[in-house]
Design a protein around this ligand. Structure first.
Ligand code: NAD
Ligand code: DAU
Length: 335
């Protein structure tokens, strides 16, 4: 029986990963989910799972060593998704990024070492490399993170590696590109623009809209993590990418077309400070082990847009009340 500790499992990718595990392994896995339930943590993401006898939720902070110890007892595999994850928020208020993304990872690594877990996957990000105008980053390239978010992720990424080198902890580090799919908090580009467009609100495009991201469907990311848990080599870093590079303008046009909304919803606004122009990762290393993404961008994007159209119950309440006030106060625009 594989026993997982998934941290940040009430967030976007973590909740998709837990659902992926149950869909694939059924009663053959046990999952403990530790999540602090910050603004981004949402138990609605796991509504269909919460009653399973092989699932346990613990509300708690990964910076709390006592709580982490009690959650890690009996666990074979740890997958650390817990993080403050939004670049714009890290520009306004970096504190929690340093605490959770770096110190929280440290607390988990320490506990994993003491408990002798069999695999520790640190979910890092392609943002740790910084921007690249031509070509793609390989795992051996230097890290030049641009934002307090990506710098704190880079800290945790290298800290995890140090636990492999120094203490032989069986660590794997993944650096994935931009995810999209259901249950993504509607402050990120795709769910923000889809839900805004549904509501006929203008779509705030930073700068000239020509920044490039490589989009991967969230279930492909989950599949790659599951693959690396058995096929990945400990102490190694693996890039994960969808191979779908698009400018933000292309993404915006796709969304407007898919929803039949007018071009004039597009609004160009001041650029994000330190905005990385392009992300691109070379995924040869994981592909050479036999993994590749399964979902086509066109089909998975269409299904993602449809999911937000059909699940207003999920996102409407996230764009009202205190959330909306926070957004208006800090971003000076509508949410
Ligand atoms: P998210 O913001 O949707 O979810 C983060 C989750 O972590 C939330 O449920 C939140 O409540 C929880 N959390 C935050 N602080 C915590 C703490 N101190 N203790 C316990 N739980 C805490 O983020 P996401 O988009 O699902 O990203 C998940 C992970 O994947 C992050 O580590 C992120 O850096 C990484 N990542 C994300 C992407 C992407 O495109 N979204 C791409 C590559 C890597
Ligand atoms: O690359 C992986 C990273 O992708 C993850 O590590 C992060 O957790 C995740 O948030 C994401 O970071 P980005 O900054 O790329 O994602 P975001 O959705 O915030 O923005 C995507 C692009 O869209 C970026 O170029 C900024 C632009 N953008 C974003 C928002 C929210 C806009 O033009 N307007 C917006 O309102």
């Amino acid at each position: 029986m594989m026993r997982y500790l998934v941290t940040g499992g009430a967030g976007f990718i973590g909740s998709n990963f837990i659902r992926y595990l149950f869909d694939k392994y059924g009663d053959g896995v046990e999952v403990v989910n530790v999540d602090k339930l910050t603004y981004a943590g949402n138990l609605d993401n796991l509504k269909d799972i919460s009653d399973r006898p092989n699932y346990r939720f613990i509300k708690g902070d990964i910076c709390n060593a006592k709580l982490v110890d009690s959650a890690m007892a009996g666990v074979n595999r740890v997958v650390n998704f817990a993080a403050e994850s939004h670049v714009d928020r890290s520009i306004g208020a970096p504190d929690d990024f340093i605490k959770t993304d770096i110190y929280g990872a440290f607390v988990l690594l320490e506990a994993a070492r003491r408990f002798g877990v069999e695999r520790f996957v640190q979910i890092s990000t392609d943002e740790v490399y910084g921007s690249i105008l031509r070509g793609s980053f390989r795992e051996t390239d230097i890290l030049e993170p641009s934002s307090p978010y990506s710098a704190s992720k880079a800290g945790a990424d290298r800290l995890a590696y140090s636990y492999f080198k120094t203490y032989d902890l069986p660590v794997i580090v993944t650096r994935c590109s931009n995810n999209y799919g259901p249950y993504q908090y509607p402050e990120k580009l795709i769910p923000l623009f889809v839900t805004h467009a549904i509501e006929n609100k203008s779509l705030p495009i930073y700068g000239d809209g020509k920044n490039v991201r490589d989009w991967i469907y969230v279930l492909d990311h989950c599949d790659a993590i599951d693959f690396l848990l058995t096929q990945g080599q400990i102490g190694q870093v693996y890039n994960i990418g969808g191979g779908n590079e698009r400018t933000n303008l292309e993404i915006t046009d796709y969304i407007l077309r898919a929803l039949g909304k007018p071009e004039n919803l597009k609004t160009f606004i001041a650029d994000r400070p330190g905005h990385d122009r392009r992300y691109s990762v070379d995924t040869e290393k994981i592909r050479s082990l036999g993994w590749q993404p399964r979902y086509s961008f066109e089909k998975a994007m269409r299904e993602t847009v449809d999911w937000y159209v059909n699940n207003e119950w999920w996102w409407k309440k996230l764009k009202t009340g205190e959330y909306r006030e926070f957004y208006k106060k800090n971003y000076k625009r509508d949410f």
